[in-house]
Design a protein around this ligand. Structure first.
Ligand SMILES: Nc1ncnc2c1ncn2[C@@H]1O[C@H](COP(=O)(O)OP(=O)(O)OP(=O)(O)O)[C@@H](O)[C@H]1O
Length: 370
């Protein structure tokens, strides 16, 4: 087991014109379960292939603890990788497929048998161990591929590139649970690539969010939800994503239209000030208060529709032409066309400039519209 350290690692497929992965410095700590989350084309596979050695980065160096492996081929890195689609020997039995990575590295016969049976039990493959892999359906074949990635006891990390794409949705939940179990048992570092926030949030100790070739935030699932550091994280995590509303910093107050909604707290505490001018307020639908009188802090909003979701309602509004959604209890009485007021709780409302969080709101201390 080793930390995987990237120092200024970046990759360009077109001689430096564009960067699939912008130069990145980051450490994957040993024994943690990570999710690498981001939309299609943001550079997830590029990053994974650089870690495994399938791709040599255009710039930067990679270390396993203190060993520089930048020029070391995949076989010399002790990193296992599972791809989106099954990679196995179709003519071999499931047992032999699982045993292959161990036999290849000359593990003793009884240890091969023990490990194969352990992984087979965990992944529910006991009934098909003697079957030829070709005769399994694609979902089951992918589970065998997963097993091949997990079977080696001494690897620096197991990289999983959207490994459950071809697996039946009902089985996905079970397998994710199994992966967590295997992680607890083996203590492998797992890096699980996905574009699905539910997969990422339910699987990982730490979620690393990648957008447009750069890591925009990393943290525990709750941290990403409650305290997004980048507008992209606010949009990408949560359903629906974070509301964003144009506002203005005037002195030490944040104003939407004519209404003061809070005072400004610059990021990093009380030090420094935020220059006046345009800013964007970010607040999740779960935390928007709706209704009541036009007391400060709050802004007038027009209800445009209500989605009755069963367990809760989503109330859609417009604030000066900008859509804002509030999540309320089921059976709310908001009617389309009605005028209402939105309130932004200071501790859950953030300020963004150039998409990066630059501050948050604090209560107005009695100032603003009475
Ligand atoms: N072999 C290649 N040659 C040229 N460009 C590539 C190559 N592989 C990836 N790219 C480009 O690099 C960028 C990042 O791609 P990458 O496959 O790493 O993203 P991703 O997040 O894994 O996407 P997906 O979820 O769709 O697999 C994309 O713009 C992609 O078109």
């Amino acid at each position: 087991m080793a930390d995987i350290r990237l120092e200024g690692v970046g990759h360009s497929y077109d001689g430096g014109r564009t960067w699939a992965l912008k130069p990145t410095t980051w450490t994957w700590h040993s024994s943690r379960a990570y999710a690498l989350l981001g939309p299609s084309g943001c550079g997830k596979s590029t990053l994974l292939n650089i870690i495994s050695g399938l791709l040599t980065p255009t710039v930067g160096r990679i270390f396993l603890d203190d060993r520089d492996v930048t020029g070391v081929p995949t076989a010399g890195r002790e990193i296992a990788q599972v791809f989106q689609f099954p990679v196995l020997y179709e003519e071999m039995s499931v047992y032999d497929n699982l045993a292959f990575p161990l036999r290849n590295r000359k593990y003793p016969k009884d240890e091969v048998d023990r490990r194969v049976r352990e992984v087979s039990r965990l992944l529910g493959l006991d009934q098909v161990l003697r079957r030829r892999s070709r005769r399994l359906d694609p979902g089951r074949q992918q589970i065998v591929s997963l097993g091949r990635g997990l079977v080696r006891p001494h690897v620096a990390a197991v990289l999983l590139d959207e490994p459950l794409t071809v697996v039946d949705p009902a089985l996905k939940w079970t397998l994710r649970g199994k992966l967590k179990e295997i992680h607890r048992d083996t203590g492998h570092t797992l890096i699980y690539v996905t574009h699905d926030q539910t997969e990422a949030l339910t699987f990982a100790d730490e979620v690393v969010v990648l957008n447009d070739g750069e890591i925009v935030q990393a943290g525990e699932p709750a941290e990403l939800f409650l305290s997004p550091a980048h507008e992209f994280v606010g949009h990408f995590i949560g359903s629906p994503g974070m509301n964003v509303l144009p506002a203005e910093i005037v002195g030490d107050v944040v104003r939407v239209g004519q209404d003061d909604v809070g005072s400004v707290v610059p990021a990093g505490g009380d030090e420094g000030v935020l220059p006046p001018g345009p800013v964007r307020i970010g607040v999740r639908p779960e935390f928007v208060g709706i209704g009541g009188a036009h007391a400060s802090p709050g802004v007038p909003a027009r209800v445009t529709g209500v989605d009755r979701m069963g367990a809760y309602d989503l109330v859609h509004t417009l604030v000066g032409g900008h859509p804002m959604v509030a999540r309320t209890e089921a059976g709310s009485s908001h009617e389309p066309g009605a005028l209402t007021f939105l309130h932004f709780p200071a501790e859950r409302t953030f300020l963004f400039r150039d998409e990066v969080r630059c501050g948050s709101l604090a209560p107005l201390n009695g100032r603003g519209r009475p």
